[in-house]
Design a protein around this ligand. Structure first.
Ligand code: ACM
Ligand code: ZN
Length: 529
């Protein structure tokens, strides 16, 4: 009996110490750089907690206070005050990395010191996760944190399916909570032109509407829904979304596709094509042979006029010009394209694309911007100053980085979040194909096969959301979450990932998603991948 009670006591002690230990784990996503939880006790945040804030930090503090309203179920945000010893205190210090923060939690206060306003914001996002997932009890201790990559992006295709201003804001909210700082907004493509351009009203009047949309994969027999489909953003709406993102420290990089993926523009303005014939806004998915003519001066005038309006709307230094998947069939038959090849001393149509891209890059530089494009911009001989987005695997990115170009890694087999999340595909609805489960993203090494010189040019990592099969924001969210959590660990915490703790952390993150009212895929949590 004695022996039995000793065993019970030992087991009890073990259980208590394990539960005490698990109560002292933060379970944050993405994982912070340094955590010290030696101290005892908690600080309990309630709706009465005040935030003491100097004037310059009012914006992130206010945003946090508003974000917490739903959690507290209150009508008013947490109060921000100028002076006080207790509660949450935020300020900056030059000794903290710019996007980083330090958080010190005692039983009396929570002090967040950011390297800048954005560092304070990320500290407050960490605090938000801790409050929501621990019922307001923030464990005493110390966190020091900073991101691994400067560029932490997600992309959203609004051409194949259109998403309202409110939808895009919701998407931005989700990115911000995962500490992403770039939204790559894919605004134009064959199936719809989605941004108002004052100089060419036809682009949205005609180019934003397609006759109908393909049902299913459109293999055999081809089948369309017969319903006109469209939508676009006015310039005022674009400004509204850009400002909303900037408020959350997210830069929006607009993408205007050229010279391929431009059939919607060709429908609106047929003189942009080699043959100048009516083509219609495309109602297929994939790659169309209808592309912009690269031989006519009028095409360059058009692109420069469009970009002149775009650069005024988007403060981003990087402007995306697409450049991917441009078949050269029309150019081979076009007298203008052939004349341009000859006049410029180019070897072939690939080099003609290189010529167009280089010319557009020079135009963007003249506007104080820098060009980014998909990795096909390497094919025609890329300049040293372009930034390359590696999507056809990693080799284009490695090649460009070794040459000294800046690179964003977004290989299709790991970063296309429109791909299926489970092997069986059960319950996933119809998606484009592929297979990218959570763990595959989480365990990805974006520096794979790279020299140290090349690594220095990898500015970041991005996931992409192509919307052929994503008809509404709920579906987008289910494709985004929880994989974005894995992506944010790669982007923010590459060297701190741990397969022993990620599942437990994700159970906690799930609670956060529920509290925020975001849709997420259940498969990972069901152990189904
Ligand atoms: C792409 O997926 N065509 C960049
Ligand atoms: Zn042509």
């Amino acid at each position: 009996m004695k022996r039995f009670s000793t065993i019970v006591a030992t087991l009890l002690a073990l259980v208590l110490s394990v539960s005490a230990l698990s109560a002292r784990e933060l379970n944050l996503i993405p994982e912070p750089s340094y955590v010290d939880l030696e101290a005892e006790g908690d600080y309990v945040v309630t709706e009465k907690t005040r935030i003491t804030v100097v004037d310059e930090m009012w914006h992130p503090a206010q945003l946090f206070a508003e974000e917490m309203m739903e959690y507290f179920g209150s009508e008013k945000p947490l109060r921000t005050v100028k002076r006080g010893d207790k509660g949450i205190k935020v300020r900056t210090d030059i000794f903290v990395p710019k996007e980083g923060y330090e958080m010190t939690v005692t039983e009396d206060s929570i002090l967040i010191i950011g390297g800048s306003e954005v560092g304070v914001y990320y500290g407050l996002q960490t605090l938000r996760q801790l409050i929501i997932t621990n019922d307001g009890r923030v464990p005493c201790g110390f966190i020091a944190d900073e991101p691994n990559f400067e560029y932490r992006g997600a992309h959203l295709d609004v051409s194949r399916h259109f998403f309202s201003v409110e939808d895009v804001k919701r998407y931005i909210d989700i990115l911000a909570a995962h500490k992403l700082n770039r939204l790559h907004w894919h605004l134009t493509d064959d199936q719809g032109w989605r941004i108002e351009i004052k100089a060419y009203p036809e682009l949205t009047e005609k180019g934003s509407m397609r006759k109908e949309t393909l049902i299913g994969h459109g293999l055999e027999p081809k089948w369309w829904d017969g319903k006109p489909y469209g939508g676009y953003y006015t310039q005022d709406e674009i400004r509204e979304v850009v400002a909303y993102a900037a408020d959350r420290y997210i830069t929006i990089i607009p993408e205007i596709e050229m010279p391929g993926h431009s059939q919607a523009a060709l429908h609106a303005l047929p003189w942009l094509g080699c043959e100048e014939q009516e083509v219609g806004v495309w109602t297929m998915w994939g790659v169309t042979p209808e592309v912009l003519c690269a031989g006519k001066q009028t095409t360059y005038d058009f692109l420069e006029t469009v970009l002149s309006e775009v650069v005024e709307l988007f403060p981003s230094e990087l402007i995306h010009i697409g450049g991917d998947e441009c078949p050269k069939d029309r150019w081979k038959e076009c007298e203008h394209c052939q004349a341009m090849i000859k006049a410029q001393g180019l070897a072939n149509e690939e080099e003609l694309q290189g010529y167009l891209v280089a010319r557009i890059e020079q135009f963007l530089i003249s506007k104080g911007k820098r060009m980014i494009g998909w990795d096909e911009i390497l094919d025609g001989g890329v300049t040293e100053t372009a930034t390359v987005m590696s999507w056809r695997g990693i080799n284009g990115g490695i090649y460009a980085a070794e040459r000294g170009n800046d690179v964003v890694m977004t290989p299709m087999n790991l970063c296309y979040f429109n791909f299926y999340q489970t092997k069986s595909r059960e319950g996933e609805g119809l998606q484009i194909g592929g297979y990218i489960p959570f763990d595959m993203v989480y365990n990805w090494d974006p520096y794979q096969k790279m020299s140290d010189e090349a690594k220095a040019h990898i500015i970041g990592v991005q996931c992409n959301m192509w919307s052929e099969y994503l008809k509404d924001m709920e579906t987008v969210e289910v494709m985004l979450l929880p994989r974005l959590a894995a992506m944010s660990e790669v982007q923010w915490a590459t060297d701190r990932r741990n397969n022993d703790t990620i599942r437990r952390k994700m159970e906690v993150m799930r609670k956060f998603y529920e509290a925020c009212g975001w849709h997420y895929a259940p498969y990972y949590f069901e152990g189904r991948d």
